[in-house]
Design a protein around this ligand. Structure first.
Ligand SMILES: [Fe+2]
Length: 179
């Protein structure tokens, strides 16, 4: 299976955010491409589905930098919906919005209308967990993606965020986790 490392649509979206993402840019970009590839490996996607996943992937954590908050899912949804309406793709808003909203859901998401929501949740989990959860993907494939698209400090950045949160709220899970 071909590994996607640079797609015009994703580059256009991400580059518009480059200055705001700043030093974390390479790390976030890598995470976006790894989770995008994991999603494509989890499901045989149509071109339209690929485009939805590409857009959701670029925006799914963007609230970390648009609003500088740990509670970054609501602003990420707002940004992806804004983008979709600018592009005349409002009809995708509900589905792509759910992909972003549910991506840190701990339990599976079940809605037969929108299978991509669960694909996206799994794709993020494979990368977020550094491949500890593979969601049925072969270990060799996960390893290959991790080697092809370097981490570039993304998990260091996540761990720092988690440490900051738990030092202030030792008993409560971060707001982006959803049961
Ligand atoms: Fe993510």
């Amino acid at each position: 299976m071909k590994i996607e490392t640079s797609l015009p649509l994703m580059e256009d979206i991400l580059l518009a955010w480059r200055d705001r993402i700043g030093v974390d840019y390479d790390g976030y970009r890598g995470h976006v491409y790894r989770m995008f590839n994991f999603c494509l490996a989890l499901r045989e996607c149509s071109e339209e589905e690929k485009k939805k996943i590409a857009i959701a992937a670029c925006f799914h954590d963007i609230g970390l930098w648009s609003d500088h908050t740990v509670d970054y899912i609501p602003p990420s949804i707002a940004q992806v919906k804004k983008y979709l309406s600018q592009e005349g793709l409002e009809s995708w808003s509900e589905e792509v919005g759910l992909m972003v909203e549910m991506h840190h859901k701990v339990r599976p998401y079940r809605d037969e209308r929108y299978p991509l929501v669960e694909v996206f949740r799994k794709g993020d989990l494979v990368d977020f967990s550094l491949g500890f959860f593979k969601c049925g993907l072969p270990g060799s494939y996960v390893k290959n993606i991790k080697e092809t698209i370097p981490n570039a400090g993304f998990h260091k950045f996540l761990i720092k965020g988690a440490k900051d949160w738990f030092s202030r709220h030792p008993l409560s899970p971060p707001p982006f986790m959803k049961w």
